[in-house]
Design a protein around this ligand. Structure first.
Ligand SMILES: C[S@@+](CC[C@H](N)C(=O)[O-])C[C@H]1O[C@@H](n2cnc3c(N)ncnc32)[C@H](O)[C@@H]1O
Length: 274
């Protein structure tokens, strides 16, 4: 386990993933019924963009820093920017902190993190939130025992480091299992696009899990040395209106995130539609 998210926090791919997370949470909060968020690979929750790692990679400069001048936009974008800015300069929230901050008293977060140091930092970041629980564990093996959540509503976020050569296959198996146990649940999956063919094959594998609705979102920021140039999201059972919301959000942020001109973004249904 060499992966350290501190190098990547706030980069273009993090920004898009976190905007999708905020959009889903806003949707879930439209009904008073409680929901659960389960984050299988949660990270440390709060990142210092002035840290040695963040400065060395400089990735946030091509991500969250590009949105600094935005003052308006769709609700999802405004909520996300309010949350990030509320933490103060040089700090960036990870997915469990975003979820914890947006939960209502009736909702619940389980954040799973395997790396002991990251888990310790995550415990500190989540300490103020009564409805958030940290599990220091392997995300893949802990997920089954948490599903379906008693609330029968909610989101599973699967955002692993894709370090292992078989991680695409492992994620596809995990999504199939999550969907079998919690067929009505929303599942948000992040993936890197290093090889378009491998990314397409992965999306095909997830489709084999049989979700009635599956949405794919890609963003390409343009190649630059060996840095990641594209990333994607898959959303099983996206909430109604999510696709249009993300199109509207991308309409504002994609022009700011490209390395050489605007980033290219695409939102496409792989199964079902609205
Ligand atoms: C991409 S980062 C997560 C970022 C986080 N979801 C966010 O958006 O802020 C992946 C995290 O998974 C952790 N990790 C790696 N293998 C894991 C496993 N098998 N189970 C749980 N966590 C794992 C890593 O330590 C790392 O913190």
């Amino acid at each position: 386990m060499n992966y350290r998210h501190a190098f990547h926090a706030g980069n273009f791919a993090d920004v898009i993933k976190h905007l999708a997370l905020v959009s889903i949470l806003i949707h879930l909060k439209k009904k008073p019924a409680p929901f659960a968020v389960i984050d299988s690979h949660a990270g440390r929750g709060l990142y210092d963009l002035t840290s040695e790692e963040a400065r060395r990679s400089g990735e946030a400069a091509g991500g969250i820093a590009r949105l600094a001048g935005l003052t308006d936009g769709p609700e999802t974008l405004r909520s996300y920017l309010d949350l990030v800015r509320g933490l103060g300069a040089g700090r960036y929230p990870g997915s469990p902190l975003i979820a914890a901050r947006l939960l209502r008293p009736q909702d619940r977060l389980v954040a799973i993190e395997k790396h002991p140091q990251e888990a310790q930092a995550l415990g500190a970041a989540l300490a103020p939130f009564r409805r958030a629980r940290l599990a220091e564990a392997d995300g893949y093996s802990r997920l089954p025992s948490l599903l379906p959540p008693p609330e029968r509503r909610g989101l599973v976020l699967i955002d692993p480091p894709y370090e292992a050569p078989d991680e695409f296959a492992q994620v596809a198996r995990a999504v199939a299992d999550v969907h079998r146990r919690f067929a009505t649940g929303i599942v948000l999956i992040w993936f890197p696009i290093k090889s378009p063919a491998a990314a397409d094959a992965f999306c095909g594998e997830v489709l084999l899990a049989g979700p009635r609705k599956l949405l794919r979102l890609d963003i390409h920021v343009g190649a630059a040395d060996d840095r990641l140039a594209a990333a994607g999201l898959l959303v099983v059972n996206p909430p109604f209106g999510f696709a249009d919301d993300m199109r509207a959000v991308l309409g504002v942020v994609a022009p700011l995130l490209g390395r050489d001109g605007a980033a290219r973004a695409r939102v496409a249904w792989l199964a079902g539609g609205e």
